[in-house]
Ligand binder design. Structure first.
Ligand SMILES: Nc1ncnc2c1ncn2[C@@H]1O[C@H](COP(=O)(O)OP(=O)(O)O)[C@@H](O)[C@H]1O
Ligand SMILES: [Mg+2]
Length: 273
């Protein structure tokens, strides 16, 4: 079963088409996300150093690296939750807006799934998923609810729709958070350590949903320590250290033959556990 290929009522037009056989996302020329010379400081701390990064439409980029290397800041900059000091970030060839309506529209196009779920505690699961579409996308409420139920079913939590987030397990809450992001019909989804706050037995139910999304052509940037997921689902691994992109390669290349000593060192630590 796949997330986007079930049922006649599926809103085909709103989701990316699956990749064709033999076609890989990296062969496509135009970058959906393009960063050039991006720098960011927090006071004296230089947290993003001359970042150049292209993410093609349909590509799945896994970002890994030691704690404090700037992975979250990178995601937050792409979603414009953080400003940058210099450089450019473009989505579909359009530079990020600084404020106003176009910023809101950019945020709606770039979904983000956080470690801590960030669901509204006082709203039901269904309300959490319909809020954005109704408020930001101006979808009529009845239609928003129907689409939300469809997405909740697809991530396996349809039964939980009337409940409050606190009544759900962490794995279920994170799947709701993914459904909430998908409900906005984003052009790209960013995940910042989406399984790090979960009990171990719930990690796979979330990774499975993400793997389905990846296989069905969603453009994704995923910060994670789940190396199995990176190997299986990534088109490309980006390794960051000290605010810079130190190395990037296909998962097979990166894991089997890391070129830099920073990457070798990092991998020997995470893979020995
Ligand atoms: N709002 C902030 N103010 C000051 N320093 C910050 C802030 N956010 C992150 N940092 C610092 O920036 C660096 C990069 O952080 P972060 O992007 O969260 O790294 P990672 O996600 O790779 O662990 C760290 O040294 C962190 O302490
Ligand atoms: Mg982080």
């Amino acid at each position: 079963m796949t997330l986007f290929s079930k049922g006649a009522e599926r809103t085909v037009d709103t989701f990316p088409a699956p990749r064709g056989d033999g076609e890989t996302a990296t062969e496509q020329a135009a970058a959906l996300i393009q960063l050039r010379g991006v720098n960011k400081h927090f006071g004296p701390l230089h947290v993003l150093k001359d970042i150049d990064l292209d993410v093609a439409e349909g590509e799945v980029v896994v970002v890994i690296g030691p704690s404090g290397s700037g992975k979250s800041t990178l995601c937050r900059a792409i979603n414009r939750l953080e400003t940058v000091d210099s450089g450019t970030i473009e989505l579909g060839g359009v530079p990020l807006a600084v404020e106003g309506k176009s910023l809101a529209s950019h945020r709606a196009d770039v979904g983000m799934v956080f470690q801590s779920f960030n669901l509204f505690a006082h709203m039901t699961v269904l309300e959490n998923v319909t809020l954005g579409p109704i408020r930001v996308r101006k979808v009529p409420p009845a239609k928003a609810r129907a689409q939300a139920m469809e997405l909740l079913e697809r991530v396996g939590v349809g039964q939980q729709a009337p409940k409050l987030p606190a009544q759900l397990s962490g794995g279920q809450q994170q799947r709701v958070a993914i459904a909430r992001s998908l409900a906005m019909q984003p052009r790209v989804l960013l995940f910042d350590e989406p399984t790090s706050a979960l009990d171990p037995e719930m990690v796979n139910e979330v990774l499975d949903v993400m793997t389905d999304l990846a296989q069905e052509g969603m453009t994704m940037v995923v910060v994670t320590h789940e190396m199995g997921f990176a190997r299986k689902a990534a088109d490309r691994v980006v390794f960051m250290a000290d605010g810079a992109i130190v190395e990037q390669a296909s998962p097979a290349e990166f894991f089997d033959n890391p070129r830099t000593s920073r990457a070798q060192d990092f991998l020997s630590k995470v893979l020995s556990h």
